[in-house]
Write a protein that binds this ligand. Sequence first.
Ligand code: SAM
Length: 265
Amino acid sequence: MSDQTVSTKPKKEPSTSPVAGGQLPYLCDLFSRQEARELYEQIYKDVKGVKVSHEERNQKKLTDKSLIYGEACYDEFCEILQHVQPNPGSTFYDLGSGIGKALVIAAMTVPFAKVVGAEMLEGLHAISMEAVSRIKTHLSDQEKETSTQFEIHCKDLNNISMTDADIVFISSTCFSDSLMDRISRQCEQLKTGAKVVSLTRGIQSSQYETIEKKHIKMSWGSPTYSFKNTKAQRRHRRLRSAPHQTKTLNENSGRSVVDDSSGSL
Ligand SMILES: C[S@@+](CC[C@H](N)C(=O)[O-])C[C@H]1O[C@@H](n2cnc3c(N)ncnc32)[C@H](O)[C@@H]1O
């Protein structure tokens, strides 16, 4: 990783942090768009996630196709995040977080209170942890008190709790049917209003429906992604304009999904 210096003087008005009662800025408040981009490029300049993943899978004789590596592209991933429109103070999850690119982009460009990753391969996980450390070396002591927290697990993504998730990202192009089944069941446990973004392979659940599909560039090509809402959430909106039916409304939960239904690694 490269070790050049990037100025981290706040360039914009901090978002209000519900976590810290408005006292602390989010990580994204500490960087202008250009500074965030430059720091990201520096952090990942000499890192080869594909090679690290390949070597570890070879060494450990892991043949599961779900472990095939690919990465988020900066501008396009920012576009996805804009499309999903997270509220300030939200929590972001990346299921299969690789070297942490999506986590870093999310934390540096959106006022997330917490970004959480789960990555099974140790080599990739170690790089993501180092990337977070690198960001922190560019912050003053005061700025290190930022309200955006990183939590990156080196474990099977099916073994993490997502009770606080607002946005879940799944780069699922190569994920197996059984892995997608397990993820789908996990997503059914998300709290009301949570949104799920998945690439190529959407979660399968009667609780969700597709709202919109879109092409997006990733490191391996240009798959499409689509925006989904739960049927319950759509019904929720209809019921809000029919107050006499609020009894039914209170029984519903609303979760959203962004998925992608084409493209390959
Ligand atoms: C296509 S890569 C995406 C990396 C990252 N999300 C990004 O967009 O830059 C998918 C990642 O999921 C990881 N993975 C696959 N199955 C997993 C599992 N069951 N538990 C944890 N990680 C897994 C792979 O090792 C790989 O790093």
